[in-house]
Design a protein around this ligand. Structure first.
Ligand SMILES: [Cu+2]
Length: 164
């Protein structure tokens, strides 16, 4: 799991370096977000036992680099209540992604068949755990995000990153 995160991080770094102009890797940030030590905007996302994120919409600027940190602030056991944040390409069907993810426990609820729709995702988090992804979007659009733990999307664990 850790290896995959590292690979994801490395990929994002490569993309951010300009190797992939075709793909949209956009930062997730809000105008008021603090700027971290590296100069990257930081978005603090939380997930709780009610299966909700603390924000459903995030506005970013094209080319802005953002670090999104998700922290699970619930207390239920991880097997019953884990959270991640998965950012999908603009135009992706988040509901379909959620349905495909539900049986994909072996791959941390990231469905292999729809992997190409994923821009970035955190690992699945139990109580008090957190993980971060760093993004930069090169084109404007509406990028869906969701928690892909079974049924959490349906309950409302979802949102949109608007890049302008
Ligand atoms: Cu969740």
């Amino acid at each position: 799991m850790k290896t995959r995160i590292l690979i994801t991080t490395a990929l994002v770094a490569i993309l951010a370096a300009g190797c992939a102009k075709k793909e949209t890797v956009t930062a997730i940030a809000s105008p008021a977000a603090p700027v971290g030590q590296s100069g990257v905007r930081v978005i603090e996302l939380t997930g709780n036992d009610s299966m909700k994120f603390n924000m459903a919409s995030i506005e970013l600027k094209v080319g802005e680099e953002v670090k999104i940190t998700l922290t699970s602030i619930g207390s239920m056991p991880k097997q019953a209540m884990a959270h991640n944040v998965v950012v999908l390409k603009a135009g992706s069907d988040a509901m379909a992604f959620s349905m495909a993810a539900a049986p994909a426990a072996a791959t941390d609820y990231i469905p292999a068949a729809l992997q190409d729709q994923v821009i970035a995702h955190t690992k699945m988090l139990g109580p008090k755990e957190s993980d971060s992804i760093t993004l930069k979007f090169d084109s404007a659009g509406e990028y869906p995000f969701l928690c892909s733990f079974p049924a959490h999307f349906q309950v409302g664990m979802k949102g949109v990153i608007s890049v302008k």
